[in-house]
Design a protein around this ligand. Structure first.
Ligand SMILES: [Cu+2]
Length: 261
């Protein structure tokens, strides 16, 4: 029995010796696999930081060189930003949170595979050495339009730096709406101000004071910006000013309003 083995002063039982060697070998192999996955395959363990304040909007932040920090906001049923263009060789520090329910976040073909949880930031790092389109999907069922929830990272060998159109229209549109003073009268969260909120109007029917109706689409937004006086909407004082804008800017604002559905 064990006590007689232990009291055996002649040395370690050969069977025990084999078990010890076996266990040591097994441990070394395991450590070897971990080392290989970290240095050989570039795996990084996602860090879950639940004591950090979470962000409320998606954002692309450029640090030095080809180092980017991307904040992905998952919400029913899209990711913000929905498109990111970075040059080949970029390293992305990705952090993910959710605005509403539990979502999934996987960048296909990379080691980034997270849960996107409300009030929680999950972060990881991914390095892109090959050009291509990398799809991001939500892999956690999150409601009616779950299957539409996707985004892309385009890794390009043509751009030297993150290109302007790599910035999500949401961010470009937001800063434009801000710069042009639209946000003074139009909220982006559904609350009515001096004008209707930008949130949720896309595709809706606007009731004009002359009794006619308009569908809020690209043509209407364009017309509204150029001739606000010709589109007085029921329930509002017709105070919207004409703001000089290029067609490109109008398009960006239109995209912005569209994304705020
Ligand atoms: Cu989802």
């Amino acid at each position: 029995m064990a006590s007689s083995t232990l009291s055996n002063q002649e040395g370690v039982n050969p069977l025990e010796r084999r078990v010890l060697w076996g266990a040591t070998l097994f441990t070394l192999i395991t450590i070897g696999f971990i080392a290989y996955s970290v240095w050989g395959l570039g795996a990084s363990v996602p860090t879950c930081m639940n004591n950090m304040p979470v962000f409320k909007h998606g954002e692309i932040i450029r640090h030095d060189g080809k180092n980017y920090e991307i904040h992905f906001l998952a919400k029913m049923w899209k990711f913000e930003p929905s498109k990111v263009i970075v040059p080949v060789g970029s390293t992305l520090d990705v952090s993910v949170t959710s605005k509403d329910v539990q979502h999934g976040f996987q960048i296909l073909g990379t080691n980034i595979n997270f849960m996107a949880l409300p009030f929680v930031l999950t972060t990881g790092r991914v390095h892109f050495t090959k050009p291509g389109i990398y799809h991001i999907v939500c892999h956690e069922y999150c409601g009616a339009a779950h299957q539409n929830m996707n985004a892309i990272i385009e890794v390009s060998d043509k751009v030297d730096d993150i290109s302007a159109d790599g910035l999500p229209t949401l961010d470009a549109g937001r800063s434009l709406a801000d710069a042009k003073g639209c946000l003074a009268c139009h909220s982006t969260d559904g609350t009515t101000g001096i004008g209707p909120s930008f949130k949720g109007i896309w595709g809706q029917t606007a009731q004009l004071i002359d009794g006619s109706t308009r569908t809020v689409d690209a043509a209407f937004v364009h017309n509204m910006i150029l001739h606000p006086d010709a589109n007085a909407i029921k329930g509002f004082d017709p105070v919207m000013p004409v703001v000089a804008m290029s067609d490109d800017e109008i398009e960006q604002l239109t995209e912005y309003i569209k994304e705020l559905q």
